[in-house]
Design a protein around this ligand. Structure first.
Ligand SMILES: NC(=O)c1ccc[n+]([C@@H]2O[C@H](COP(=O)([O-])OP(=O)(O)OC[C@H]3O[C@@H](n4cnc5c(N)ncnc54)[C@H](O)[C@@H]3O)[C@@H](O)[C@H]2O)c1
Length: 337
C-alpha cells in the first residue's frame, strides 16, 4: 500500500484527491491546507483522511511515501524540497517552481535521494494531445510551419502569477511535446487590467528549430472559454479543440500548393487552394488527470522516469522566464537559455 498526502486543496487539489483516493493500492492518508475551512470540507467528504493546517505535519511524516503539492507556485519549491529531503516521492503541480534555479535544486535533491520528482503537465496525458503528436510525427501534416494556441476564459483570476505562468505553461508544455524540442527564443506581450502588476492577457510567440513559430494567446479576461490549438503543415492542418468532448481533433486536407503561388488567372488561383476533406478521427477519451496520477504511482512503484519529470518542469519554467523577460523589455526577442 502506498501512503499518499496532498498539500493544497483549493480549486484544483480536490481533483487530485478524488483520483488518488479512487486508486487501488493507494491510501490518501493526509491532506493539508493552511485554510481550516478547506480541511473541514475535505473531512466531510473523506472522513477517513487526517487533515492538518501545518504542511510540516506532512513533509516530515515518515509514514508518507509520496506527497502531492497543489499550492500557489511561490510555495512549490520549499514544500517539495522538504518532502524530497525527507525521502518522499513528490508530485508538484505545474509550473514546477518559480524559477529555473529552484527547479534545478529540486532535480538535484530528487537525484540525491533517489526519489521521483513529477510535474503536473496534465496535457501530456490528454488523449487528443497524444493523438495529435502521432499525426505530427507520422508526417501526415507534412512539414510543420506553425502552431497557434488560444487558452481563454472569464476567470479564474489569479493574483499570485500572471496568465503566462498560469495558463500558457500548459501550451508551452504541449508545443515542446509536439515539436520534440525546446524553443530557441520568445517574444511576449502582456497587459494588466484587473491588477496593476499581474498580466491578465498575454500573447507569446516562441520560435522552435527550423523556424517553426508557436504562438499562444492566454487570458482570463475573455467572454469565451477556448482551449484550441491549430497546427499548420505543408500538407494538412490539424485543429485540437479540448471543448469538443467527443471529437477533439479535426484534420483538414487543405493547403496552398506552392508551385501555384503566383497564378496568372483567377481560376488558376482558385485551383492552387486545396480544399480537401475534413477527417475526424475516433479518439478514446478518458480523464487525463487519472492517466497522469496512475503514471506517477507507476513511477513510484517501479522507479521509472516520468514522462513529466523534473527536467520537463525545468524546460517549461525556462521558457516562462524568458517570456517574462521579454514582457519586461517591450516584447524584445529573448533567447530561451
Ligand atoms: N494541471 C492543471 O490542469 C491545473 C489546473 C489548475 C491549477 N493547477 C495548479 O495547481 C496549483 C494550485 O492551483 P489552485 O487553482 O488550486 O489554487 P488555489 O489558490 O485555489 O488553492 C491553493 C490552496 O493551497 C493552500 N495553500 C497555500 N499555501 C499553502 C501552504 N504553504 N501549505 C498548505 N496549503 C497552502 C491555500 O489555502 C489554497 O486552499 C497551482 O500550481 C496551479 O498552477 C493545475
Amino acid at each position: 500500500m502506498i501512503n499518499a498526502a496532498i498539500i493544497g486543496v483549493g480549486r484544483w487539489g480536490p481533483n487530485l484527491l478524488r483520483n488518488f483516493a479512487s486508486m487501488e493500492g493507494v491510501r490518501v492518508a493526509k491532506v493539508c491546507d493552511l485554510d481550516a475551512k478547506r480541511c473541514a470540507a475535505i473531512r466531510s467528504k473523506f472522513p477517513e483522511v487526517i487533515t492538518t493546517t501545518g504542511p510540516g505535519d506532512v513533509v516530515r511524516d515518515n509514514a508518507i511515501d509520496c506527497t502531492v503539492i497543489c499550492t500557489p507556485v511561490a510555495t512549490h519549491y520549499e514544500l517539495a524540497a522538504k518532502a524530497l529531503a525527507n525521502g518522499q516521492h513528490v508530485f508538484v503541480e505545474k509550473p514546477l517552481a518559480a524559477s529555473a534555479a529552484e527547479c534545478r535544486k529540486l532535480i538535484a535533491l530528487a537525484e540525491q535521494n533517489k526519489r521521483v520528482l513529477f510535474v503536473g503537465h496534465t496535457f501530456k496525458y490528454n488523449a487528443g494531445i497524444r493523438a495529435a503528436k502521432n499525426y505530427i510525427e507520422s508526417g501526415e501534416l507534412g512539414e510543420v510551419y506553425l502552431v497557434d494556441a488560444s487558452r481563454t476564459n472569464l476567470g479564474p483570476v489569479r493574483t499570485d502569477v500572471n496568465a503566462l505562468w498560469d495558463l500558457a505553461a500548459h501550451d508551452i508544455s504541449i508545443f515542446s511535446y509536439w515539436l520534440g524540442g525546446q524553443p530557441r527564443s520568445v517574444s511576449a506581450h502582456g497587459a494588466c487590467y484587473l491588477n496593476k502588476s499581474v498580466e491578465d492577457v498575454v500573447y507569446a510567440t516562441f520560435e522552435y528549430a527550423g523556424g517553426v513559430i508557436a504562438h499562444v494567446h492566454a487570458s482570463w479576461l475573455n467572454p469565451r472559454k477556448i482551449r484550441e490549438i491549430t497546427v499548420v503543415g505543408s500538407k494538412k492542418m490539424l485543429v485540437w479543440n479540448d471543448m469538443n468532448l467527443s471529437e477533439p481533433i479535426r484534420i483538414y486536407n487543405k493547403g496552398i500548393d506552392k508551385d501555384e503561388l503566383y497564378p496568372d488567372t483567377f481560376d488558376s488561383f482558385r485551383l492552387s487552394i486545396r480544399e480537401g476533406e475534413v477527417m475526424i478521427p475516433s479518439i478514446q477519451l478518458n480523464e487525463p488527470l487519472m492517466t497522469e496520477c496512475l503514471h506517477f504511482i507507476e513511477c513510484v512503484r517501479s522507479g521509472e522516469r516520468p514522462l513529466t519529470d523534473g527536467y520537463d518542469g525545468l524546460d517549461v519554467v525556462r521558457a516562462l522566464e524568458a517570456a517574462s523577460h521579454s514582457m519586461r523589455q517591450n516584447s524584445a526577442c529573448v533567447p530561451v537559455e
